[in-house]
Design a protein around this ligand. Structure first.
Ligand SMILES: Nc1ncnc2c1ncn2[C@@H]1O[C@H](COP(=O)(O)OP(=O)(O)OP(=O)(O)O)[C@@H](O)[C@H]1O
Length: 223
């Protein structure tokens, strides 16, 4: 069982405060959903946790031991799916996999993942947005990092693959803790064991569509 704690995360851009003393704690087996309107600061929160964006204030602890934000990537405790593609565009999928996973067994896990055979001969830059997102997610899922932050894992992915992604996320919960943000709110609510809404720079607990509507994240259509 691993534990990741974020305490007192604050971040402003100029005079605009995006995050105000945000705290959260994630354990192995957790899958938290993170919601918020466009521009509310979800990506900012994830980037500050990864150390790719400097927070104004932040304490991160892994299993009770503090790690500085600048060490998060090298410590290999947290894997991150950013919103924008991060794989090298020029390589073929089948050449990239051994580059990231030297071990043959690990490579097989990727190559034999559902749906990968359909595009493993392609050059990464020619993959569709959905194929690329799915490939990135499968690569992250097979890293040993005990926590994953996923920024929009469902976006651009076709409905059948969304179901595969949900199965994958649920299987990852057995060994990892996950924090997922995506505007595909019903898919996130379905797999998450706890959901949070970022509003007015702070996190609120939410449980359902009705809660999200009450906080003006979505509008429920009346028949
Ligand atoms: N480097 C930056 N400099 C100035 N403002 C920024 C910077 N990065 C983000 N912002 C602003 O901070 C706010 C939060 O952005 P962020 O990308 O975290 O939102 P988000 O909740 O992830 O939105 P979305 O749902 O659209 O992806 C936005 O108003 C954005 O314009």
């Amino acid at each position: 069982m691993n534990k990741l704690e974020v305490n007192g995360l604050s971040k402003s851009f100029g005079s605009r405060q995006i995050l105000k003393e945000v705290s959260l704690s994630l354990e192995t087996g957790d899958m938290f959903g993170l919601f918020g309107r466009n521009g509310s600061g979800k990506s900012t929160l994830l980037k500050c946790m990864m150390g790719t964006l400097r927070a104004d204030a932040l304490e991160i602890k892994f299993n009770g031991r503090e790690i500085s934000a600048s060490e998060v990537i090298s410590a290999k405790r947290i894997g991150f799916l950013p919103q924008d593609p991060f794989l090298p565009k020029e390589m073929k999928v089948r050449n990239l996999i051994p580059f990231i996973f030297p071990n043959g067994e690990d490579q097989d896990k990727i190559f034999y993942s559902p749906g990968v055979a359909a595009f493993d001969g392609k050059i990464i830059g020619t993959l569709s947005a959905g194929e690329l997102k799915y490939l990135e997610l499968i690569i992250l899922a097979n890293l040993s990092h005990p926590f994953l932050l996923l920024d929009e894992p469902f976006s651009m992915v076709e409905p059948k693959i969304i179901e595969l992604v949900k199965d994958l996320l649920l299987s990852l919960r057995k060994t990892k803790g996950l924090l997922i943000t995506d505007h595909y709110y019903s898919d996130v609510l379905e797999v998450a064991n706890r959901s949070l809404l970022l509003k007015n720079s702070t996190l609120l607990e939410v449980e359902s569509d009705d809660d999200l509507a009450a906080h003006e994240y979505l509008k429920i259509r009346k028949e």
